[in-house]
Ligand binder design. Structure first.
Ligand code: MOS
Length: 699
């Protein structure tokens, strides 16, 4: 019996539930100081004065760092791109409301907070624009969208395809600004220890954070150590270096004492990225049998004045359906807003809401079952590149899901099932996410007690990655999992890809597997001295190229809608996935359920609202920004189908993000089926349910 494939509870589970596990904000230190970022209250302009005198005299205050007195930082730090969000307290410019203008450092957290609240900052405001609209005159075509993909993709004659189509659908779908808000806020503690800058940080990849800090502070990488042993959620918001690590390191450097910076929820709404709003126009043209002759997906979205991140909502079209003519494009407008960044399923999550809603509308127009329509448009090769897929098991997901859900028992007509005040309906949507692999370093040490220690700069952000890697090591070494000691999330262990893009376990797993095999080749049995082998998979991955390797899924929802109150209740959610090899069914299932809860929350609840009058959010807290709570979430069922794919020799594709993709469309489609009314603007709040009129006679 192999360890891979068997459900195991987390190795660190006991430590977490007993409180022994220390998160970045929990790490104690002698002489610890607390830093509190002061945020700009205007969205554009300059700082004209910061009067620190009164605040300096407040109890416990040690320093007020600002652009006039803070250490100078080297420019250019950032993961793959220079990140202007890291150039903190360097000049007087305000690029958005919520930008840090000062860091108040005090002996206690409460003293830092009180002084930060009292700090007078004067501004010269300039005219600003924080309002996104698909008709914004500032929209332009970017050269590329995240992550260095072309903005435009096209083949065939779109106009010819549309004119030859018996059925044409032209719809616009919108998604609002959304925020991650991991349970553990961003936090860092920094201190100088024996000539090294030591940082414990809540992040998704400590090696890249160490590289950034070395660059910012003009240090050799060997002078920086970053650890993130336990992380309470990231979802992209901790993927790259964030202000707490930089601010804590600045203060620790100036004050020669350990400094901790923990963000509040309000801080998190402007400092750690977010999903930008989108407006997506989809035009589909089909033959009478539903076969797509034309497919167009144009996304408009917002980005910041300081950095061009473009939400790649169109990427779903490069993977999902065959069409004679294809056109994918993105437009973006620069506004005086914080820099948007990766948020769980970046691109695919909002993109699939639009596409999978449009496919449901097309199925309705053609009089074809939504699953049958999708199967009729299965592509032989990837529509975006024309290259073959390494594996594509989405049809198996449709069919297995349909069977489990009882899909084909439904009456396709909308608005005909009632249960008292509730109108009932079902809907489905498809999901896709890349299954890529990236380089990592891993070391395996045969210890003299017979155990093996694995060292890798992986991050376990709550996913169960640590446990999955131990299972992979155990199998590679033919040892019980209990004999594997996992050491992760320490930049001293060498370069490794961050926990993002759903490639953590696939990428680190490959490195751990390679290291264990190399160790086995070196030694068998228990050595008299510890023996270590270290591998790096960079060359191996280079040789693998970048094949069209994707995970797939099918999401099914049943909803009940009270058309008098506007309330939507999700009664059932089912997701069936093709995610390659499943290392740990227990934790993989948790990840997928978590992603589906996000999808539900995206469908019904989440919306950050920006006030044009002052440029900031009206609801930058968990009271005003509503997430799905336990009472909103029904029993969620998750399954997977066989999906053998050894393009990565571990067979793993990743389960981190695909769970969210397609869920919002499945729910919106179910709301249509229940009520006969299409919701093309998220979230589907009670107010929207009450305000959205029917579009013609009911069937
Ligand atoms: Mo994920 S949004 O790439 O951390």
């Amino acid at each position: 019996m192999t360890a891979v494939g068997s459900g195991r509870t987390r190795l660190e589970g006991h430590d977490k539930v007993t409180g022994a596990a220390r998160y970045a904000g929990d790490v104690p230190a002698d002489g610890l100081l607390h830093g509190w970022p002061v945020l700009a209250t205007i969205p554009r302009g300059r700082i004209t004065g910061i009067d620190t005198s009164a605040v300096q005299a407040m109890p416990g205050v040690v320093a007020v760092l600002h652009h006039g007195n803070s250490p100078r930082l080297v420019e250019g730090a950032g993961w793959t791109d220079a990140d202007p969000n890291l150039q903190l307290l360097q000049d007087d410019r305000i690029p958005y409301a919520g930008w840090p203008v000062a860091l108040v450092v005090a002996e206690t957290f409460e003293q830092a907070r009180a002084a930060a609240m009292a700090l007078p900052v004067k501004y010269h405001a300039q005219p600003w624009d924080v309002t996104f609209s698909a008709a914004h005159p500032g929209l332009y075509t970017p050269d590329e969208v995240n992550l260095h993909q072309p903005s435009e993709t096209a083949h065939g004659d779109l106009d010819a395809g549309l004119s030859a189509s018996a059925v044409v659908l032209d719809r616009t779908y919108t998604t609002p600004e959304e925020h991650h808000n991991a349970m553990e806020p961003h936090a860092a503690i920094a201190q100088w220890v024996g000539g090294r800058l030591e940082v414990v940080d809540s992040n998704q990849g400590s090696y890249a954070v160490a590289q950034d800090l070395a660059k910012l502070f003009a240090l050799d990488l060997s002078q920086v150590r970053v650890r993130s042993e336990h992380v309470g959620g990231g979802f992209g918001s901790k993927a790259t270096t964030r202000p707490p690590a930089v601010l804590a390191a600045m203060a620790a450097t100036v004050l020669c004492r350990p400094v901790r910076v923990v963000l509040t929820r309000r801080h998190m709404f402007s400092l750690v990225g977010y999903r930008p709003p989108t407006s997506q126009r989809i035009r589909l043209g089909a033959a009478p049998d539903g076969r797509l002759l034309a497919y167009e997906h144009l996304t408009a979205t917002q980005t910041a004045t300081t950095f061009e991140y473009v939400e790649p909502a169109g990427v779903v079209g490069k993977v999902m359906y065959a069409a004679d003519a294809l056109r994918i494009g993105h437009r973006v407008v620069r506004l005086d807003v914080p820099i948007p960044k990766w948020m769980r399923g970046p691109g695919e999550a909002p993109g699939a809401f639009a596409l999978e809603s449009a496919m449901d509308e097309l199925a309705e127009k053609c009089g074809i079952d939504p699953i049958d329509l999708r199967i009729r448009n299965e592509p032989a090769v990837a529509p975006g590149s024309g290259r073959p897929f390494t594996s594509r098991n989405v049809v198996a997901c449709y069919l297995e899901g349909a069977k489990r859900f009882g899909w084909y028992e439904r009456d396709p007509r909308p608005g005909i099932r009632r249960e008292g005040r509730w109108w009932l309906g079902t809907g489905m949507g498809a999901a896709t996410y890349p299954g890529e692999t990236a380089p990592a370093t891993a070391a395996a040490t045969a210890e003299i007690d017979g155990t093996v220690t694995i060292r890798i700069t992986a991050a376990d952000i709550g996913t169960g990655a640590r446990t999955a890697l131990a299972q992979i090591a155990a199998d590679a070494l033919s040892l019980p999992v209990e004999w594997i000691r996992m050491r992760i999330a320490d930049s001293d262990f060498g370069p490794a890809i961050l926990a993002g893009h759903s490639f953590g376990t696939a990428s680190w797993g490959l490195a751990v597997d390679e290291a264990c095999k190399a160790l086995r080749a070196r030694t068998t049995g228990t050595p008299t001295e510890p023996i270590t082998v270290q591998v790096n998979t960079a060359e191996l991955i280079q040789a693998m190229g970048r094949p069209e390797r994707h995970a797939f899924g099918a999401q099914f929802a049943e909803v009940a809608v009270d058309v008098l109150s506007g309330e939507v209740r999700v009664r059932r959610l089912l997701g069936v996935y093709a995610i390659g090899r499943v290392v740990n069914p227990l934790t993989a299932r948790s990840q997928l359920v978590g992603g589906m809860v996000w999808g539900l929350s995206m469908a019904l609840h989440e919306e950050a609202v920006r006030d044009p009058a002052f440029g900031g959010h009206l609801n930058a807290n968990l009271a005003g920004y509503h997430y799905a709570a336990n009472a909103d979430v029904p029993d969620i069922e998750v399954g997977w189908v066989d999906d053998p794919d050894l393009a990565n020799p571990t067979g793993i594709k990743g389960a981190g993000e695909i769970g969210i993709v397609g869920v919002a469309a499945a729910i919106a489609n179910a709301v249509w089926h229940a009520t006969g009314i299409r919701h093309r603007n998220l979230p589907i709040t009670p107010a929207r349910v009450l305000a959205t009129p029917p579009e013609g006679p009911r069937a």
